[in-house]
Design a protein around this ligand. Structure first.
Ligand SMILES: [Zn+2]
Length: 324
Protein backbone atom coordinates (compact mmCIF):
# COMPACT_ATOMS: atom_id res chain seq x y z
CA UNK A 1 0.00 0.00 0.00
CA UNK A 2 1.68 3.15 -1.17
CA UNK A 3 2.10 5.96 1.27
CA UNK A 4 2.63 3.77 4.35
CA UNK A 5 5.51 5.15 6.33
CA UNK A 6 7.20 4.46 9.59
CA UNK A 7 7.65 7.06 12.28
CA UNK A 8 9.35 10.26 11.46
CA UNK A 9 10.36 10.15 7.80
CA UNK A 10 8.70 13.42 6.94
CA UNK A 11 10.44 15.20 9.81
CA UNK A 12 13.74 13.86 8.63
CA UNK A 13 12.79 14.84 5.11
CA UNK A 14 12.29 18.42 6.20
CA UNK A 15 15.61 18.40 8.02
CA UNK A 16 17.31 16.94 5.00
CA UNK A 17 15.71 19.53 2.82
CA UNK A 18 16.90 22.37 5.03
CA UNK A 19 20.41 20.97 5.08
CA UNK A 20 20.31 20.57 1.32
CA UNK A 21 19.01 24.09 0.94
CA UNK A 22 21.78 25.57 3.07
CA UNK A 23 24.38 23.44 1.31
CA UNK A 24 23.13 24.64 -2.03
CA UNK A 25 23.58 28.19 -0.83
CA UNK A 26 27.15 27.37 0.12
CA UNK A 27 27.75 25.68 -3.22
CA UNK A 28 26.41 28.50 -5.34
CA UNK A 29 28.47 30.79 -3.12
CA UNK A 30 31.24 30.28 -5.68
CA UNK A 31 29.11 32.45 -7.90
CA UNK A 32 28.95 35.55 -5.75
CA UNK A 33 25.70 36.78 -7.21
CA UNK A 34 22.44 36.09 -5.36
CA UNK A 35 19.38 34.91 -7.29
CA UNK A 36 17.50 37.64 -9.10
CA UNK A 37 15.17 39.75 -7.04
CA UNK A 38 11.42 39.46 -7.03
CA UNK A 39 9.23 41.64 -9.23
CA UNK A 40 8.58 44.95 -7.57
CA UNK A 41 4.82 44.60 -7.36
CA UNK A 42 2.14 42.07 -6.50
CA UNK A 43 2.25 38.70 -4.84
CA UNK A 44 5.31 36.55 -5.20
CA UNK A 45 5.71 32.85 -5.85
CA UNK A 46 8.52 30.84 -4.34
CA UNK A 47 10.14 31.02 -7.79
CA UNK A 48 10.12 34.82 -7.58
CA UNK A 49 11.89 34.70 -4.22
CA UNK A 50 13.99 31.55 -4.51
CA UNK A 51 15.88 29.87 -1.71
CA UNK A 52 19.20 31.66 -1.26
CA UNK A 53 17.90 35.08 -2.23
CA UNK A 54 17.83 37.92 0.30
CA UNK A 55 14.64 39.51 1.56
CA UNK A 56 16.69 42.58 2.37
CA UNK A 57 18.14 42.97 -1.11
CA UNK A 58 14.67 42.33 -2.53
CA UNK A 59 12.69 44.47 -0.04
CA UNK A 60 10.44 41.45 0.40
CA UNK A 61 9.58 41.62 4.11
CA UNK A 62 5.79 41.81 4.48
CA UNK A 63 5.06 40.70 0.91
CA UNK A 64 2.98 37.57 0.29
CA UNK A 65 4.74 34.51 -1.14
CA UNK A 66 2.56 31.67 -2.45
CA UNK A 67 3.15 27.99 -3.15
CA UNK A 68 0.46 25.67 -4.54
CA UNK A 69 -2.42 27.62 -3.09
CA UNK A 70 -0.84 28.31 0.30
CA UNK A 71 0.75 31.63 1.17
CA UNK A 72 2.62 33.55 3.86
CA UNK A 73 3.75 37.10 4.36
CA UNK A 74 7.56 37.23 4.47
CA UNK A 75 8.57 37.64 8.14
CA UNK A 76 11.37 39.70 9.66
CA UNK A 77 14.90 38.26 9.47
CA UNK A 78 15.50 35.61 12.12
CA UNK A 79 11.97 34.21 11.82
CA UNK A 80 10.23 31.18 10.29
CA UNK A 81 6.55 31.28 9.34
CA UNK A 82 4.56 28.11 8.64
CA UNK A 83 1.04 27.67 7.27
CA UNK A 84 -0.95 24.46 7.80
CA UNK A 85 -4.40 24.04 6.32
CA UNK A 86 -6.91 21.40 7.38
CA UNK A 87 -8.93 20.65 4.28
CA UNK A 88 -12.26 18.98 3.64
CA UNK A 89 -10.84 16.61 1.02
CA UNK A 90 -7.48 15.57 2.44
CA UNK A 91 -5.41 17.62 -0.01
CA UNK A 92 -2.74 18.92 2.31
CA UNK A 93 -1.05 22.14 1.55
CA UNK A 94 1.37 23.94 3.70
CA UNK A 95 4.92 25.20 3.70
CA UNK A 96 7.44 27.07 5.80
CA UNK A 97 9.46 30.12 4.86
CA UNK A 98 12.54 30.85 6.90
CA UNK A 99 14.34 34.18 6.79
CA UNK A 100 17.80 33.82 8.32
CA UNK A 101 19.22 36.61 10.44
CA UNK A 102 21.13 37.88 7.39
CA UNK A 103 17.96 37.95 5.29
CA UNK A 104 18.55 34.74 3.30
CA UNK A 105 15.40 32.82 2.37
CA UNK A 106 14.85 29.06 2.60
CA UNK A 107 11.75 26.88 2.34
CA UNK A 108 10.46 23.57 3.63
CA UNK A 109 7.55 22.03 1.76
CA UNK A 110 5.02 19.57 3.00
CA UNK A 111 4.84 16.48 0.85
CA UNK A 112 1.99 16.86 -1.59
CA UNK A 113 -0.83 14.48 -0.74
CA UNK A 114 -3.34 14.33 -3.55
CA UNK A 115 -6.96 14.20 -2.51
CA UNK A 116 -7.26 11.03 -4.58
CA UNK A 117 -4.97 9.31 -2.11
CA UNK A 118 -7.54 9.61 0.64
CA UNK A 119 -8.92 6.16 1.32
CA UNK A 120 -11.74 4.85 3.35
CA UNK A 121 -10.84 5.16 7.00
CA UNK A 122 -11.61 1.46 7.40
CA UNK A 123 -8.60 0.65 5.20
CA UNK A 124 -6.19 2.70 7.30
CA UNK A 125 -4.51 1.31 10.42
CA UNK A 126 -6.35 1.79 13.70
CA UNK A 127 -5.18 4.85 15.67
CA UNK A 128 -3.23 2.86 18.24
CA UNK A 129 -1.60 0.71 15.52
CA UNK A 130 -0.37 3.59 13.36
CA UNK A 131 2.93 5.18 14.36
CA UNK A 132 3.19 7.64 11.47
CA UNK A 133 3.97 11.27 12.18
CA UNK A 134 5.82 14.30 10.95
CA UNK A 135 7.03 17.32 12.82
CA UNK A 136 7.52 20.90 11.79
CA UNK A 137 10.88 21.38 13.49
CA UNK A 138 9.54 23.77 16.11
CA UNK A 139 8.14 23.47 19.64
CA UNK A 140 6.79 25.41 22.57
CA UNK A 141 9.61 25.62 25.10
CA UNK A 142 7.53 27.17 27.86
CA UNK A 143 3.87 28.16 28.09
CA UNK A 144 1.65 28.81 25.06
CA UNK A 145 -0.37 31.86 26.08
CA UNK A 146 -3.40 32.36 23.88
CA UNK A 147 -6.41 34.60 23.33
CA UNK A 148 -9.90 34.25 21.85
CA UNK A 149 -11.03 36.79 19.27
CA UNK A 150 -14.06 38.93 20.02
CA UNK A 151 -16.03 37.95 16.90
CA UNK A 152 -18.39 35.01 16.29
CA UNK A 153 -17.01 31.56 17.18
CA UNK A 154 -17.57 28.23 15.41
CA UNK A 155 -20.87 26.56 16.23
CA UNK A 156 -22.07 29.91 17.58
CA UNK A 157 -20.41 29.02 20.86
CA UNK A 158 -20.45 31.57 23.63
CA UNK A 159 -17.10 32.98 24.64
CA UNK A 160 -17.09 30.69 27.70
CA UNK A 161 -18.01 27.59 25.66
CA UNK A 162 -15.40 28.45 23.05
CA UNK A 163 -12.75 28.87 25.68
CA UNK A 164 -13.68 25.49 27.19
CA UNK A 165 -13.63 23.70 23.82
CA UNK A 166 -10.29 25.20 22.79
CA UNK A 167 -8.79 24.63 26.24
CA UNK A 168 -9.81 20.97 26.10
CA UNK A 169 -8.29 20.59 22.66
CA UNK A 170 -5.03 22.27 23.62
CA UNK A 171 -4.86 20.18 26.80
CA UNK A 172 -5.19 17.03 24.70
CA UNK A 173 -1.85 17.96 23.16
CA UNK A 174 -0.12 19.20 26.32
CA UNK A 175 -1.17 16.05 28.21
CA UNK A 176 -0.82 13.62 25.25
CA UNK A 177 -4.38 12.41 25.85
CA UNK A 178 -4.70 9.03 24.16
CA UNK A 179 -6.38 5.65 24.46
CA UNK A 180 -3.26 3.72 23.52
CA UNK A 181 -1.67 3.59 26.96
CA UNK A 182 1.08 6.14 26.40
CA UNK A 183 2.23 8.36 29.26
CA UNK A 184 2.49 12.09 28.77
CA UNK A 185 5.97 13.45 28.07
CA UNK A 186 4.99 16.95 26.92
CA UNK A 187 6.60 19.49 29.20
CA UNK A 188 5.07 22.49 27.45
CA UNK A 189 2.07 24.16 29.02
CA UNK A 190 -0.71 26.41 27.85
CA UNK A 191 -2.64 29.27 29.43
CA UNK A 192 -5.70 31.12 28.20
CA UNK A 193 -5.27 34.85 28.75
CA UNK A 194 -8.37 36.76 27.61
CA UNK A 195 -10.66 37.84 24.82
CA UNK A 196 -8.98 40.25 22.43
CA UNK A 197 -9.91 42.68 19.70
CA UNK A 198 -6.87 41.40 17.79
CA UNK A 199 -7.49 38.84 15.08
CA UNK A 200 -5.75 35.69 13.97
CA UNK A 201 -3.16 36.66 11.36
CA UNK A 202 -4.80 34.58 8.63
CA UNK A 203 -6.38 36.22 5.60
CA UNK A 204 -9.35 35.39 3.35
CA UNK A 205 -7.23 33.05 1.26
CA UNK A 206 -5.90 31.17 4.34
CA UNK A 207 -2.55 32.89 4.04
CA UNK A 208 -0.45 33.96 7.00
CA UNK A 209 -0.37 37.72 7.44
CA UNK A 210 2.26 39.57 9.44
CA UNK A 211 2.25 38.50 13.07
CA UNK A 212 0.98 40.85 15.77
CA UNK A 213 2.56 39.20 18.82
CA UNK A 214 -0.69 37.67 20.18
CA UNK A 215 -1.69 34.03 19.64
CA UNK A 216 -5.37 34.33 18.73
CA UNK A 217 -8.01 31.64 18.10
CA UNK A 218 -11.00 32.91 16.15
CA UNK A 219 -13.30 32.26 13.19
CA UNK A 220 -13.93 33.85 9.82
CA UNK A 221 -13.62 33.48 6.07
CA UNK A 222 -10.37 31.84 4.96
CA UNK A 223 -11.45 30.76 1.47
CA UNK A 224 -13.45 27.77 0.35
CA UNK A 225 -10.99 24.90 0.82
CA UNK A 226 -9.69 25.01 4.35
CA UNK A 227 -11.87 23.97 7.29
CA UNK A 228 -9.33 25.62 9.59
CA UNK A 229 -5.81 26.98 9.31
CA UNK A 230 -2.92 27.50 11.70
CA UNK A 231 -0.14 30.00 11.16
CA UNK A 232 2.95 29.62 13.33
CA UNK A 233 6.00 31.81 13.76
CA UNK A 234 9.23 30.60 15.32
CA UNK A 235 12.89 31.43 15.68
CA UNK A 236 16.01 29.29 15.59
CA UNK A 237 17.43 27.64 18.69
CA UNK A 238 20.98 26.27 18.60
CA UNK A 239 20.96 22.46 18.46
CA UNK A 240 17.21 22.13 18.85
CA UNK A 241 13.83 22.62 17.25
CA UNK A 242 12.88 26.23 16.64
CA UNK A 243 11.13 28.09 19.45
CA UNK A 244 7.48 28.96 18.92
CA UNK A 245 6.86 32.71 19.05
CA UNK A 246 3.19 32.88 18.10
CA UNK A 247 0.54 30.59 16.65
CA UNK A 248 -2.85 31.74 15.39
CA UNK A 249 -5.81 29.49 14.54
CA UNK A 250 -8.87 30.42 12.47
CA UNK A 251 -11.93 28.27 11.81
CA UNK A 252 -13.63 28.71 8.45
CA UNK A 253 -17.16 29.49 9.58
CA UNK A 254 -17.89 31.15 6.24
CA UNK A 255 -17.83 27.88 4.29
CA UNK A 256 -18.27 25.07 6.82
CA UNK A 257 -20.72 24.28 9.65
CA UNK A 258 -19.34 23.32 13.06
CA UNK A 259 -20.83 21.65 16.08
CA UNK A 260 -19.69 21.13 19.64
CA UNK A 261 -21.77 17.93 19.98
CA UNK A 262 -22.12 15.81 16.85
CA UNK A 263 -25.26 13.74 17.32
CA UNK A 264 -27.08 11.10 15.35
CA UNK A 265 -28.62 13.86 13.30
CA UNK A 266 -25.25 15.27 12.23
CA UNK A 267 -24.80 15.19 8.46
CA UNK A 268 -21.94 17.50 7.55
CA UNK A 269 -20.89 19.64 10.49
CA UNK A 270 -17.30 19.45 11.76
CA UNK A 271 -16.63 18.67 15.40
CA UNK A 272 -15.10 21.79 16.95
CA UNK A 273 -12.99 19.88 19.46
CA UNK A 274 -11.64 17.48 16.82
CA UNK A 275 -10.63 20.31 14.52
CA UNK A 276 -9.23 22.29 17.45
CA UNK A 277 -7.15 19.33 18.63
CA UNK A 278 -5.65 18.93 15.15
CA UNK A 279 -4.83 22.65 15.00
CA UNK A 280 -3.37 22.54 18.51
CA UNK A 281 -1.14 19.73 17.26
CA UNK A 282 0.25 22.16 14.69
CA UNK A 283 0.67 24.85 17.35
CA UNK A 284 2.88 22.51 19.38
CA UNK A 285 4.93 21.44 16.35
CA UNK A 286 3.25 18.47 14.70
CA UNK A 287 2.90 18.19 10.92
CA UNK A 288 0.48 16.03 8.95
CA UNK A 289 0.64 12.26 9.16
CA UNK A 290 0.11 11.78 5.42
CA UNK A 291 -2.08 9.68 3.15
CA UNK A 292 -2.86 6.20 4.44
CA UNK A 293 -3.05 7.44 8.04
CA UNK A 294 -6.64 8.61 8.06
CA UNK A 295 -7.31 7.57 11.67
CA UNK A 296 -4.71 9.81 13.29
CA UNK A 297 -5.55 13.25 14.65
CA UNK A 298 -2.83 14.77 12.47
CA UNK A 299 -4.23 13.41 9.21
CA UNK A 300 -4.74 16.42 6.92
CA UNK A 301 -8.46 15.90 6.47
CA UNK A 302 -11.19 16.57 8.98
CA UNK A 303 -14.07 14.09 8.91
CA UNK A 304 -17.50 15.63 9.34
CA UNK A 305 -19.52 14.50 12.37
CA UNK A 306 -16.59 12.47 13.76
CA UNK A 307 -15.19 13.09 17.25
CA UNK A 308 -12.30 10.62 16.81
CA UNK A 309 -9.63 13.31 16.47
CA UNK A 310 -10.39 14.59 19.99
CA UNK A 311 -8.07 11.83 21.24
CA UNK A 312 -4.56 11.19 19.97
CA UNK A 313 -3.39 8.08 18.14
CA UNK A 314 -0.01 6.38 18.39
CA UNK A 315 1.69 8.47 15.70
CA UNK A 316 0.39 11.70 17.19
CA UNK A 317 1.91 10.77 20.57
CA UNK A 318 5.18 9.58 19.02
CA UNK A 319 5.42 12.88 17.16
CA UNK A 320 5.04 14.79 20.40
CA UNK A 321 7.62 12.50 22.03
CA UNK A 322 10.09 13.31 19.28
CA UNK A 323 9.78 16.99 20.20
CA UNK A 324 9.18 16.87 23.97
ZN1 LIG B 1 -3.42 20.36 9.54
Amino acid sequence: MAGRRGPGPVGRGVTAFLVAASLSVVCVGEVPRPPACAPARGELTVEDLPAGSSVLDCFAVGRVVTHEGAGVAVPEPGTTVSVDALTADGSAHGFSLTVAADGTVSYAYEEAHAAAAARARADAPAPCADGAYSTAGRKEYGTYEWFIGDGPLPGRLSRAEGRRAFEDAIATITTSRNDCGYDDTVAAKARFLSTTGNEAGIDRAARCARRDGLSVWDAGDIGGEAVATTCSWSRPVPDGPEELLEADVRFNTHDFPFTNRPSGGCTHAYDIRSVATHEAGHVFGLGHSGAGHENLTMYANSFACSTDARTLGKGDVLGLRSLY
